[in-house]
Design a protein around this ligand. Structure first.
Ligand SMILES: Cc1cc2nc3c(=O)[nH]c(=O)nc-3n(C[C@H](O)[C@H](O)[C@H](O)COP(=O)(O)O)c2cc1C
Length: 372
């Protein structure tokens, strides 16, 4: 067994002990404490240098240039964990190749009333009903402006969760406010049109409203690549409409997917699951994978796919790549398996690629599907 593997087995063991205690507390309180602890580690230069050396796995097989951005590895932190951009320096210490902050909305938002986060450990999932709690575009962009980061930074923006933005024109204006606030900040921008927990639902997933939003955004200066994050609950006709509009308005890629809202047909093993909220982790994995394969077959490499949902291991990551994802994101696997998990996944992924005689990750993208 290689030293790298022994190291990750030790981290697994230590995290299992820590998780035993963490999971005794309210999930949202733990989330907030972890954000503070992570930011403190990153501020401490000696500690962060040690953490980076001990955890991070690097291999040129995994590095790619996508949309003009250099990604040292394909795995990023998905939106929702670092909503207010407090962890940007800490994320790379876990081995992530990029980070997406947010979702940030035009206005500051207190989100839905607590409790709004539940662990579903038997299903290896989280039920999320945060409702886009965040400090707002102005405060978050002020926090980031002028700073430089060692890994690419994505900015996820969404419509403020309030009755005032339910109107489509007001909703689009809210996106535009956030869009403009982040001019000159970050490496790419994500339009999150699929948050399942907001007042008035997800109107911008409807083709006429999504087209309207893209029309308004296309009138603005485009200073970085744009991605659109979709729901795993879309049917193929709805997905086709989104793909067409994305191609028409020169969107660079699609993030597949957000949380699933539809409980039908899910193998939920936990006794209590709230009726409200979206589900992450293993409960969304198959739905996300189905859609990744579908979008790759339809759009080929005209749209970059960021695969997200239920990645816990290198095998999970590899599956999404073979279905057509060029990049990957995760949150829930980090919570259940620990902060070293992204590094471990990169290590496992590079072993899987080499086992299958790929000399570079790009050769494996979509290899399970044939595209015209
Ligand atoms: C606690 C939590 C908060 C989230 N908040 C957001 C968010 O603000 N914006 C967003 O686009 N996705 C959000 N998500 C969805 C994730 O980014 C991701 O799409 C989803 O959880 C599936 O990935 P996973 O199985 O690796 O967690 C959130 C997920 C979790 C678990």
């Amino acid at each position: 067994m290689k030293a790298q593997e022994i190291k990750y087995i030790c981290f697994d063991f230590l995290y299992r002990i820590l998780r035993f205690f963490l999971f005794k507390f309210n999930p949202e309180d733990v989330h907030n404490r972890v954000l503070k602890a992570g930011a403190s580690v990153a501020r401490h230069s000696l500690l962060s240098r040690y953490a980076e050396k001990a955890v991070v796995y690097r291999d040129s097989v995994l590095s790619q240039n996508i949309c003009g951005i250099r990604f040292e590895n394909p795995l990023g932190l998905a939106a929702g964990f670092d909503k207010n951009a407090n962890l940007c320096d800490a994320v790379r210490l876990c081995g992530f190749g990029f980070a997406e902050i947010g979702s940030v909305t035009g206005e500051k938002c207190v989100g839905n009333p607590r409790p709004r986060l539940w662990r579903l450990p038997k299903s290896r999932s989280i039920c999320v009903w945060y409702g886009l709690v965040n400090d707002g575009a102005e405060a978050v962009s002020d926090r980031l402006r002028g700073r430089e980061f060692k890994i690419p930074l994505g900015i996820s923006i969404a419509k403020t969760n309030s009755p005032e933005t339910v109107d489509i024109i007001k909703g689009a204006e809210d996106y535009i406010k956030a869009y403009k606030a982040f001019y000159g900040i970050g490496d790419y921008l994500t339009l999150n049109i699929s948050c399942p927990n907001t007042y008035g639902g997800e109107p911008f997933m409807r083709k006429e409203y999504f087209k309207y939003l893209m029309e308004e955004i296309s009138k603005l200066q485009k200073d970085k690549p744009i991605f659109v994050k979709i729901s795993p609950d879309l049917n193929y006709t709805e997905t086709d409409d989104i793909i067409d509009i994305c191609l028409q308005y020169c969107v660079d890629g699609i993030i597949i997917s957000n949380l699933t809202k539809d409980r039908k047909g899910l193998d939920i093993k936990d006794g209590y699951v709230p009726e409200k909220g979206g589900l992450s982790g293993k409960l969304v994995e198959e739905r996300a994978n189905r859609l990744i394969g579908y979008v790759y077959k339809k759009a080929g490499r005209k749209l970059v796919i960021i695969g997200c949902g239920g990645i816990f291991t290198g095998r999970d990551a590899y599956r999404k790549i073979k279905l057509g994802a060029s990049l990957l994101q995760m949150v829930t696997g980090l919570i259940y398996n620990g902060p070293h998990t992204p590094a471990k996944i990169n290590y496992e992924l590079s072993l899987l690629l080499k086992r299958d005689r790929y000399t570079h990750i790009s050769q494996a993208i979509g290899s399970d599907l044939s595209v015209d």
